[in-house]
Design a protein around this ligand. Structure first.
Ligand SMILES: [Zn+2]
Length: 165
């Protein structure tokens, strides 16, 4: 019986192609989505633990309306943690009032707390910033911040929770 063997080989080859295609397709996806994060969850799992607005910002890279987050005016000493996974992402020591209506920081709490990617959502390149642990979108980084870094981390308040010191 030779035919079944040949048939089997053909099927395996076809299966190999089938596996390769989704991998190629994923290369074009947002790096923040394609990467695996230590505290990553499926979309269904995120929908269960996040509010609708949190899901829109953290998982769909949405932006909250300016001046809507109470964290914009938060001036107490403390730590801002990711609303998705509680990873500390920003500290009150690096917060300043940029006047934009979004909580603004000139640097993250430490170098490993956040990751960045490039997004072209509004037609030009912007630096997207997300939680390094769960991949949740936090906001964007602009080059018009204060000293010493000159960076403005423009962060959605809804993507964070504040823990007073
Ligand atoms: Zn997170």
């Amino acid at each position: 019986m030779r035919l079944p063997l040949i048939h089997r080989r053909t099927v395996l080859a076809a299966a190999g192609i089938g596996v390769a295609l989704p991998l190629l397709a994923s290369c074009g996806a947002d790096p923040a989505e394609a990467k695996t994060f230590p505290k990553g969850k499926t979309e269904a799992q995120w929908r269960k633990v996040l509010t609708k607005d949190q899901f829109y910002v953290l998982r769909e890279e949405g932006t909250e309306r300016a001046f809507t987050s109470p964290l914009d005016k938060e001036k107490r000493k403390g730590t801002f943690v990711c609303a998705g996974c509680a990873n500390p992402v920003y500290a009150s020591a690096h917060k300043y009032d940029s006047g934009t209506g979004w909580p603004s920081f000139w640097q993250p709490i430490d170098k490993g707390a956040v990751g960045t990617s490039t997004d072209y959502k509004i037609g030009y390149a912007r630096t997207e910033v997300h939680c390094a642990d769960c991949g949740g979108h936090l906001g964007h980084i602009f080059a018009d911040g204060p000293k010493p870094t000159g960076k403005r981390h423009c962060i959605n308040g809804i993507a964070m929770k504040f823990i007073p010191a």
